[in-house]
Structures are given as C-alpha cells and as structure tokens.
Design a protein around this ligand. Sequence first.
Ligand code: C2E
Ligand code: MG
Ligand code: MG
Ligand code: MG
Length: 288
Amino acid sequence: HAKAAGGSAFVSFRAQMQEGLVERLELENDLRAALENHDLRLHYQPTVDLDTSEVVGFEALVRWPHPTRGMINPLDFIPIAEATGMIVPLGRWVLHEACRQAVEWSAAAGGRPLKMSVNVSVRQFDQPDFAETVAAVLAETGMPADRLCLEMTESVLMTDTEANLEQLVRLKALGLTLAIDDFGTGYSSLAYLRRFPVDTLKIDRSFVERLGGVLTGDTALTDTIVRLGKSLGMATVAEGIEEFGQLAALREMGCGFAQGYYFSRPVPAAEAGRLFLEGADTPVETSV
Ligand code: C2E
Ligand code: MG
Ligand code: MG
Ligand code: MG
C-alpha cells in the first residue's frame, strides 16, 4: 500500500514538475518575443528631496504587460532574464529608455535637472564591456553622466572583489553615480564601503517599515545607517515610505531622500512626466 501511494505521489510530482518546466519555457519564449517587439514598459517612482519636498528624480522599474497573463512584476521575470542571459539586452534597453526619457522630461522642464536611477543585475555588471555599454547609451541619448545613478545590490560588491573594483572604477570614470540598493539586507562587510567608489546608500524598506512606531529600538538601525552614510560622505535614500510617521522619523535623522507609496507608487511614463513638471511648484507631499 505504502509503495503504491508513494508511486502515485511521485507520478503526480513529476507531472507537476513538467507543468512547471513547460510554463517556464513558455514564459522564457514570451519574454524573448516581448523584448524583440519592444513590449516591455518602464514605470517610474519619484525620489523626493526631504529638505525641499521636491521630486528630484525617478527610479525606472521595468514592467511586462503580458498578452494573456496581465502585468508581470519584475521579481517574476528578472530571474528568468538573468538565468537565460536575456538580462543583458533587456538591461541595455531599460538603460537606454530611462536615459532617453530623463533627457526628454528635463528639456520639457526648461532644463531642470532630473536624476534617473536604473537597477543593474550582477549578470550585467559582470559583462566585461558593461562600462562601454553605459558610455554608448549616454552618448546615444545625450544624457549627462552625472544625472544617471546605477543601483546595485550588495552582492555585486561582495563577489570577486578585484574585478568588481576595476569595473566600478571604470563606471565612476564616466562621471555617474553608484548606489547600493536594499542596503542592510546583504551579507555586507563595512570594509567594502571604504574600498569601493559608492556614492549613495538606499536603505532597505524592511528598516523603514519599523519606523514611526512606539518602539524606539526599531529606529536604531535606520539611524545608524543614516549616520554611516553621512560619515562616509554618502547620500542616503530611504525606500518604501508608506506613512507620515516614517517620513517624520527619517527627516529627524537627517536622511536626504526618500521613495515610497506615501509619495507615489511607480507610475507609467505619462503620469511621471506630469509629476516632474508640476513638482517644481507643488511639493509632492502636499498633493497626496
Ligand atoms: P528595488 O530596486 O528595491 O525597487 C523597489 C521595489 O519596491 C519596487 O518593486 C517598488 O515598486 C517597490 N516599492 C516602492 N515603494 C514601496 C512602498 O512604499 N511599499 C512597498 N511595499 N513597496 C514599494 P518592483 O517594481 O516590483 O521591483 C522589484 C525589484 O525588481 C526591484 O527592487 C529591482 O531589484 C528589480 N527590478 C525592477 N526593475 C528592474 C530592472 O530594470 N532591471 C533589474 N535588473 N532589476 C529590476
Ligand atoms: Mg532599486
Ligand atoms: Mg531597492
Ligand atoms: Mg528593496
């Protein structure tokens, strides 16, 4: 009996595995087609200067409007793009589109500077010609290098440090800004912060979540990260602000910039463009 039950369980497990594989292959093919047909989209989430409450820039976040499955989130297809290597052309497209858009918005706002942040995967960063790719995109789009910020997770900075350091130096030489994304969640050693030419710490949402409550201990880690950034001469950006209490706590700590649903969700290009144009007159905070 036990054997029969085990056997059938195994068969159904295998059937499920196959279903999973088929679905995965389907997604992979669809993603390849979406990339070729320019069906991917970028949404943009504003970055707010906590001193002035102005929108000073955006983070580009890729979206995949799938013909039958609806909008697919990056966490569900970036891993496929990474595993297949598609992330390299996909990432180049994201970079190009985000820079093109930033130049357009800035021009529409009479040249008002706009900082654009783009997420970079380890696999992209590891391409020996990545810095050349970025340089080419800047030239193609007319984007001033100092208005581009590349966001990388701590894992990029931690692996194979010599090659990574060279790559970071090449990127910095272009004149752009480098940020550590989701700071505080990785297996980071603080030593690399001194070693690598990084400009900005993006404080992970998991820290921000605990701010504004009654437990003072919950603010200690965030406060420490903000101080760390300051003492290293780095800018600090808090991710995932959803409530006024969190905003107030971060201001108190002297955090420089913030993003989060409290200000705006990531929005399609047209809406983001409006946010930026209005942003000079109306601080986004008062319009929420
Ligand atoms: P990330 O770079 O840390 O981006 C922040 C994520 O948090 C975004 O999710 C954003 O929509 C979400 N978020 C922002 N504010 C709030 C908030 O107040 N509350 C909550 N609960 N969430 C908030 P999204 O767009 O789904 O992107 C997820 C991740 O996918 C990104 O995390 C990034 O690692 C990756 N990703 C997105 N676009 C790209 C891309 O073009 N290239 C690469 N390589 N990765 C990307
Ligand atoms: Mg990011
Ligand atoms: Mg992040
Ligand atoms: Mg995050």
